[in-house]
Design a protein around this ligand. Structure first.
Ligand code: AMP
Length: 305
């Protein structure tokens, strides 16, 4: 009979975390940072980290610093027991689930990481200060967990780019690894916020992935064809209130010009009912182009050679 996997050590305080880290046998530690309400997208990040590293730490922390005053912090789903079941099944060593006063013992930190101009566009335009809050907590959780590798989803492409930039610009000794977006069978990108969607919202929400697919399918014709094909799908669905639909350079988040051929990020954000959703496809624009599973290393590398 096979043994059930051992439960992860659960740490709620800095002291718990320190004690749990002391039990680890190797310094080859990877971290997967989450806000909880885990789904198969998170599980995929954990599995990817598990395959390559001796130890995996998962953080579950709803970071108030990255939520605006009118955002969904108070209604964000909290599902700790099922999160633990997912972490146990995936062979996680430590779950670090602190409260805000553990992470920010002196209240809101006066000193924060600034995301700079890349943090002001796309998501940052609708969510001022969001990426400063994200980078500040990512920096702190990297220090607290002592992880040498950190796994993030391409689902949050701008966040991934900014974390890579922070690690590079501020010389964090960490390897950032990205994992492709995990989707439901019908194409909807998995997200903890999908639990807000009513049945009819969920039907409407499918237009995001459909638009990205249509755009990617036009990639051999050039940037304006990509944008047009994606927009045509979105206008058919007036219940999706589009915030942005862009085809941008991965490293600058600026619109790619019409002559551009190469890898680009096709990204969309829209409100469906009360829920703000984001999704993206990496695409290769130009002859033989289309959707990519991942960006090439050259397009998304994290450290200077
Ligand atoms: P969150 O809990 O939403 O902050 O996400 C934690 C991590 O999981 C981030 O690196 C996300 O990009 C990643 N993630 C969220 N949803 C997905 C998904 N559908 N596929 C892959 N990664 C995801």
């Amino acid at each position: 009979m096979t043994q059930p996997p051992p439960s992860p050590a659960v740490a709620h305080t800095r002291g718990d975390l320190r004690a749990a880290r002391e039990q680890l046998t190797s310094r080859d530690v990877a971290v997967v940072m989450t806000m909880g309400a885990l789904h198969d997208g998170h599980a995929q990040l954990i599995r990817a980290a598990r395959e390559r590293h001796t130890h995996v730490v998962v953080t579950i922390f709803l970071n108030p610093l990255q939520f605006g005053p009118k955002e969904d912090l108070s209604r964000y789903p909290r599902t700790f027991d099922s999160d633990m079941a997912i972490c146990t099944a995936a062979g996680v060593d430590i779950v670090f689930a602190p409260t805000p006063d553990v992470v920010y013992p002196d209240g809101d930190p006066g000193v924060r990481v600034s995301a700079g101009p890349l943090g002001d566009v796309l998501e940052g335009m609708s969510r001022p200060g969001h990426f400063d809050g994200v980078l500040t907590v990512v920096g702190k959780l990297l220090h607290l967990t002592g992880a040498r590798s950190a796994y993030f989803g391409q689902k949050d492409a701008q966040q991934l780019l900014l974390i890579r930039r922070m690690v590079r610009d501020l010389d964090f000794p960490v390897d950032v690894v990205s994992v492709p977006t995990v989707r439901e069978p019908d194409g909807l990108a998995m997200s903890s916020r999908n639990s807000y969607l009513t049945e009819s919202d969920r039907e409407v929400a499918l237009c995001l992935a459909r638009a990205l697919r249509a755009g990617a399918d036009a990639a051999n014709l050039g940037p304006s064809a990509v944008r047009r094909a994606a927009r045509e799908v979105l206008v058919e669905e007036p219940l999706a209130l589009v915030d942005y639909l862009v085809l941008v350079h991965l490293s600058t988040l600026q619109d790619v010009p019409e002559w551009y051929r190469g890898e680009a990020l096709l990204a969309v954000a829209a409100r469906v009912g009360t829920t703000r959703l984001i999704d993206n496809f990496p695409v290769l624009v130009g002859p033989g182009g289309g959707a990519l599973e991942v960006f090439s290393d050259a397009a998304s590398s994290s450290a200077p050679a």
